[in-house]
Design a protein around this ligand. Structure first.
Ligand SMILES: *[C@@H]1O[C@H](CO)[C@@H](O)[C@H](O)[C@H]1NC(C)=O
Ligand SMILES: *[C@@H]1O[C@H](CO)[C@@H](O)[C@H](O)[C@H]1NC(C)=O
Ligand SMILES: *[C@@H]1O[C@H](CO)[C@@H](O)[C@H](O)[C@H]1NC(C)=O
Length: 385
């Protein structure tokens, strides 16, 4: 894949060109969501790294510092990732009609009308991520707008990304979506029944089998990898399989995801004849990623003390109330269709309050129906019995 790296100058700040979007989150997030290996899962690392890098831009101080290593934003020129997103997004947005391959990227920021976003932040998103800006007045209006945009951006594969309850306290919603449709360079003959090892034993599935073909392949010791090219050979599907056919080997491979790098695996592939057999599959995933991000070490953005001073002057009490992610992927004899969308919702809402009655306090026993103050107590010293 050829990504052009052009240095961009924004507001007098020289931004160092860089070819790679931060990828540290990718497999770590996959590891987080694949706790149950008896279930199918799918994420879009590019969508989530796009969104989390925008959150990085919105934050400041220790709130931002916490995101830096998880995302893999490289110091000491942290803004260099912006040019990488710009070139990646422009590349993915220009599908070549001749290659039977479609890719598109959608990025939009939705702001509650009346809420004021720093122009610098908006300018970063529009200049580097191609964002447009939408406004909403009510949660219901925001839901209609966001879900309509996301469905349109994903050929209707991602529906109902957000719900009214998500937007109740929202000031800003960052949304990203991506769509991909590719035809195999070499399509498979019709699938035939075969067995597949699952967490619940052997199951009969539809297996697709390719004749002996020269493909990019690597044996990595405990797992091996093959790349299936699409008609546009800048794109491929990497299949990564534990060498041993057992659930414990699958678990070991999953556990090692945090230390694997797709980019370095790709560099080790070499051409050789391979027989490929894989099942048809279709996965629809729907995640709320707050707990997963916290597990990965991103915590402050979810607390009322989050520093969103790079997003707005009115940042006191703002925090991320939800991170939503939906993905669709279908693989068959002809190729692959995949769509993903994510939303980061920033608002005030009700952060978990820490009410510790470790000082004198009053207590009222109250009936709401008849508005009766039934008892009132003053607790000045709980040790007095
Ligand atoms: C696979 O290869 C065999 C032997 O070369 C050939 O007879 C057969 O037609 C091939 N099948 C497909 C689907 O290409
Ligand atoms: C970010 O934090 C630094 C250090 O606390 C401060 O100097 C700067 O003004 C902050 N940036 C914004 C946009 O508030
Ligand atoms: C693959 O494409 C062919 C030709 O367009 C079509 O007839 C067939 O139904 C497709 N197969 C699947 C599984 O979509």
């Amino acid at each position: 894949m050829i990504l052009r790296c052009i240095p961009w100058l924004l507001y007098g700040m020289a931004v160092t060109p860089s070819c790679e979007v931060p990828s540290a989150l990718d497999l770590k997030l996959m590891k987080e969501v694949t706790v149950n290996l008896g279930e199918n899962h799918a994420i879009s690392p590019f969508v989530m790294s796009t969104l989390m890098s925008q959150v990085w831009l919105a934050t400041n101080g220790s709130t931002r510092d916490e995101i830096t290593p998880v995302l893999g934003v490289t110091q000491p020129a942290p803004l260099s990732f912006l040019t990488a997103y710009k070139s990646a997004i422009s590349y993915l947005s220009s599908s070549s009609a001749s290659s039977q391959l479609t890719t598109s990227v959608f990025n939009r920021m939705y702001v509650r009308s009346g809420f004021s976003v720093r122009p610098t932040f908006t300018n970063y998103l529009t200049a580097y991520y191609g964002n447009t800006v939408g406004t909403f007045s009510t949660p219901a209006q925001g839901v209609t707008l966001i879900n309509g945009d996301v469905a349109a951006a994903t050929e209707d594969r991602i529906q109902d990304l957000v719900q009214t309850s998500h937007l109740r306290f929202a000031e800003v919603v960052l949304v990203s979506a991506m769509y991909f449709k590719g035809v195999w360079k070499q399509t498979f003959p019709p699938a035939a029944p075969g067995t597949f090892l699952t967490g619940n034993g052997e199951k009969q599935v539809n297996m697709m089998k390719l004749n002996l073909t020269e493909l990019q392949y690597a044996n990595m010791g405990t797992y091996d990898v093959v790349a299936l090219p699409y008609t546009d050979e800048d794109y491929c599907m990497l299949l990564i399989r534990p060498l041993e056919r057992s659930m414990s080997a699958a678990t070991a491979l999953r556990n090692s995801l945090g230390t694997l790098s797709v980019n370095s695996i790709v560099q080790q592939l070499v051409g050789q004849p391979v027989y490929v057999t894989l099942p048809r599959f279709k996965i629809e995933s729907d995640y709320s990623l707050v707990d997963d991000m916290q597990q990965l070490g991103i915590k402050q953005i979810f607390s009322a003390g989050a520093d969103f001073s790079s997003l707005t002057d009115d940042w006191q009490g703002l925090f991320v109330t939800a991170i939503l992610h939906k993905v669709f992927i279908e693989v068959n004899e002809n190729g692959t269709e995949a769509a993903g969308a994510g939303a980061v919702i920033i608002g005030r809402g009700n952060p978990p309050a820490d009410f510790k009655a470790d000082r004198p306090f009053f207590a009222v026993v109250y009936n709401k129906q008849h508005k009766i103050n039934m008892f009132t107590a003053y607790v000045g010293d709980p040790t007095q019995a």
